[in-house]
Write a protein that binds this ligand. Sequence first.
Ligand code: PMT
Length: 419
Amino acid sequence: MTPQDGRAQPFVVLGVSAGIAAFKAVEVCRRLVDAGIHVAPVLTDRATRFVGKATFDALGSEPAQMSLWDEASPIPHTRLGQRADLIVVVPATADLLARYANGLADDLLTTTLVATAAPVVVCPAMHTEMWEHASVQDNLAVLRSRGVTVVPPAEGRLAGGDVGTGRMAEPSVIVATVLELLGRAGAEGHTGGGDGGDGLATGDLVGVRVVVSAGGTREPIDPVRFITNRSSGKQGHALAEAALRRGADVVLVTTTDRAVSDGVTVDRVDSAAEMEAAMFARSQTADVVIMAAAVADFRPKAAWDSKLHKVDGVPELLLEATPDILSELGRRRRKGQVLAGFAAETEQVSERAVAKLAAKGVDLMVANDVSAAGVGFDHDTNEVTIFGADGSVNGVPLRTKDAVADAILDRVCALLSAP
Ligand code: PMT
């Protein structure tokens, strides 16, 4: 057990309910403690069929609790509920969600959930049929309407060998969500591991050459006018900065003049043609290439050499398609290179992202629904689903673009270390 530092340390109740994903709660506990959080584990009786109380006794900041009745304090649930800065339930089973949504308080965990005013995060995990059941979705809708944060499950292999949606989010995503809600994003250094508390990465990308594109391209009409889009470059820059923190050698090909940390090599470009040239040159030696830029799909067939004037009449603008940089990167990529793109969509988001994943030959396609509040162009936050060519699907709830960048790099790291 780690020493308790007192109230300066955020106090998090880690609830564990009875699902096979309870083993991942062990990792969440360790990472939160490493990030300087005081973790008070609370297990349901049946959770201990999957993981032992002794494990949480050892890894948490105080002994794990399971009962309303066996503590010296007569009211452990109000002590925990009042003291908590946040409660996170890992995993949240269908049964736990139903009891919580209906205000049932028949064990220490549900009683604590009802006895708190702190933010609550639930991390559902269950079989696909249960996840899709109307009762589960209704209970989640109730909880969301009360301000509970739901970290959605991913698609993948489930207990028993089935494949589908219901696999609990990875500990890195859960921990990043918790730290962000506590206002301590980055306390882990990055979501892929601890950093000793100094905000610097332990370096799971040390020695890895990462190239990121950012911003919207500008396609000239004449020397003073151009066609562009709403991209601010924030998401691409966040990726470059996160990769740098994690130890990578980073090249950022960007259309914006946002400030960039020393250590990132910057190629400033304007048009799709310039971005294409920079990306092709830089990707030749890269281990990881991420196209976060919003490349214009169309450009004027020819730009005027001198400024157009109204008095000369309305010009006829002929457009042509720009080169698809990502598709070409997919064709040219080096053996072992990890390639990721983004899909900015407003409808049929998943379908279109999966279609782009296949068409462009990438390993990861990061879909954002840019019609949703706080998502995509120019916001400081983003909410994405990361589709993998291996069939994996990882949802990242609405978080800062820094946190989203780390979640994407977690997936990149997993691919780099895959056999
Ligand atoms: O920059 P921000 O304000 O922070 O906003 C972030 C973002 C919304 C721009 C980012 O999250 C995002 O979604 N970037 C991709 C935008 C886009 O162009 O999406 P798309 O679905 O049209 O393109 C799919 C992929 O192909 C993208 O990786 C794009 O970079 C690439 N592409 C597109 C066209 C083209 N001619 N060449 C390309 O390489």
